[in-house]
Design a protein around this ligand. Structure first.
Ligand SMILES: [Zn+2]
Length: 181
């Protein structure tokens, strides 16, 4: 993480969402404790899922249609809905973004990593859960929703810097690293 760029710029709220008075020192950017009405809000870590779909030394990548980082490369995935299990969230995202109504392979948990996601001027700390899928053949792609375009790219040709999200750049760098490093 870049120490020059605080994860939680303060204040998160200039005015209390409940009593509408100034938040003053009650807002440290991560949590708000209203000095007037004692309203408490914690800007907690949000969970997200992403798919590492590999076939024949190629990775399935998407092009981000919307902010943040519109136009950069990404992996299919998104935020969990409240009450949703991570595997269910990823199956839903793959259906929404690629048209996969049935998973082409089992989801195998790969790893988790923190990320920093800024949207409409609000910064969210996320916990990104990566799952690997290795389909026996390449399923058809019908990009929609947050995905402008999806395609298979040989792992050796991928540049981590072309990916908009730090946690995804890390995964791509790891996939490209020779085994055992
Ligand atoms: Zn208040």
């Amino acid at each position: 993480m870049n120490p020059a760029r605080p994860l939680y710029p303060r204040p998160l709220f200039r005015y209390c969402p409940r009593c509408a008075r100034e938040t003053g020192n009650g807002d440290d950017g991560r949590r708000l404790v209203c000095p007037h009405c004692d309203f408490r809000y914690y800007h907690n870590v949000a969970a997200a899922v992403a798919a590492v779909v590999v076939h024949d030394d190629a990775l399935l990548i998407t092009h981000r249609a919307h902010a943040p980082a519109a136009g950069t490369l990404d992996l299919p995935g998104g935020f969990l809905d409240p009450g949703e299990a991570p595997e269910h969230a990823l199956a839903r995202e793959l259906a929404e973004e690629l048209g996969w109504s049935v998973l082409p392979a089992p989801l195998v948990f790969h790893h988790a990593a923190p990320n920093d996601y800024e949207y409409a001027g609000v910064r969210y700390a996320t916990c990104d859960l990566f799952f690997r899928l290795e389909p026996a053949k390449r399923p058809p792609l019908a990009p929609a929703d947050d995905v402008a375009h999806a395609e298979w790219r040989p792992l050796a040709s991928l540049e981590p810097a072309a990916f908009g999200m730090a946690s995804v750049r890390e995964v791509v760098a790891r996939l490209r690293a020779p085994p055992g490093t």
